[in-house]
Design a protein around this ligand. Structure first.
Ligand code: AMP
Length: 308
């Protein structure tokens, strides 16, 4: 099953304890689609500027990602600058320049019309909603967001949440969205806002899936936790969450049936893709993986948590 994703395609300047990189290819939709491309066909909707050249395009092409929905506009691409000098689990944002995203009106190529899976990666919730409404055929819709939209664009975001099956956010965002510091209570509150399932990402500590009725969630009954792989070195955490989402949703799209077991395995594949993403700067590691390497790491995760 093909996935259509809308989100930022960007240039990022990043500083971590391992070094600094200027204007490397980034963006939520970029990390998501690279990670998902190891599991299924991926189609991107985004806008880029004149600074997006053949080298950047080649990164998508090499993974067979459909870029017909990436519009080229006059001006500069989305730009983000961040650092992780104090805390590898949380980016400090120094600059966000929307540039061509500021006036983006998403156009969905006809060829994307049969996508059964839709992922609304991190971008203005107004754009997420427009794409959701333009793709009513999507059978499973998941999405992400960030503190910026939760704080300053709450009304638009709440509209998006109503149309989601699955929301994937990190724990700070879940607590902020719910206005509650207790994770279970926050999950319960978020599940009343629209999504049937909530995946809360805990950075280097893994991710938790909450689903079912509010009562189930409160008792911890419908909760599943996948670990993150302990790594000797985290070079660059940028895109870990989007790569998790790409592995998670890509794996689901590759399954004939969406059983509870498929969701549990998807949580592990999400963790696998997140663990690769952080081992090099930018999208470097995600560009050069093989399915064998991915499956080998999946078995490491199994061993990490196996009881008998
Ligand atoms: P993550 O580390 O998974 O949360 O995502 C990092 C990516 O999000 C970077 O590549 C940025 O280009 C992108 N990003 C940062 N801020 C925003 C924003 N306000 N809207 C959309 N994408 C963003």
């Amino acid at each position: 099953m093909a996935i259509t994703v809308v989100g930022s395609v960007a240039f990022d300047s990043i500083e971590t304890p391992a070094g600094r990189r200027e204007r490397c290819l980034g963006g939520a939709a970029t990390y998501f689609s690279l990670a998902a491309s190891y599991f299924t066909d991926v189609r991107v909707i985004a806008v880029v500027g004149e600074d997006f050249g053949a080298d950047e395009e080649a990164v998508f092409q090499a993974r067979g990602i459909d870029t017909r929905g990436i519009e080229r506009a006059a001006g500069k691409s989305f730009f983000w600058e961040g650092s992780y000098l104090d805390n590898l689990n949380e980016a400090k944002t120094h600059a966000t320049e929307l540039n061509v995203f500021g006036s983006f009106a998403p156009k969905i190529p006809e060829a994307y019309g049969d996508s059964q899976f839709l992922f609304l990666a991190n971008i203005d919730p107004v754009l997420q909603r427009r794409v959701r409404e333009a793709m009513p055929q999507a059978r499973l819709v998941a999405g992400d967001t960030m503190n910026y939209w939760i704080k300053d664009h709450r009304a638009a975001l709440l509209e998006v949440l109503k149309g989601l099956d699955i929301l994937l956010i990190n724990d700070t965002e879940a607590r902020m969205l719910a206005g509650n510091n207790n994770l279970l209570q926050a999950a319960h509150a978020v599940l009343t806002m629209g999504p049937r399932m909530l995946v809360v990402k805990h950075g280097e500590y893994g991710a938790t899936l909450f689903h079912g009725s509010a009562a189930n969630v409160k008792s911890g009954e419908r909760t599943f936790r996948a670990p993150a792989l302990p790594l000797e070195e985290v070079v660059d955490p940028t895109g870990a969450g989007d790569s998790f989402a790409g592995g998670f949703f890509g794996y689901l799209a590759s399954q004939a049936e969406l059983t509870p077991g498929a969701f549990r395995r998807a949580m592990f594949y999400g963790s696998v893709m997140g663990s690769f993403a952080v081992q090099r700067f930018g999208t470097e590691r995600l560009q050069q993986l093989s399915r064998d390497e991915i499956d080998h790491r999946f078995t490491l995760f199994r061993e990490l948590t196996h009881l008998d």
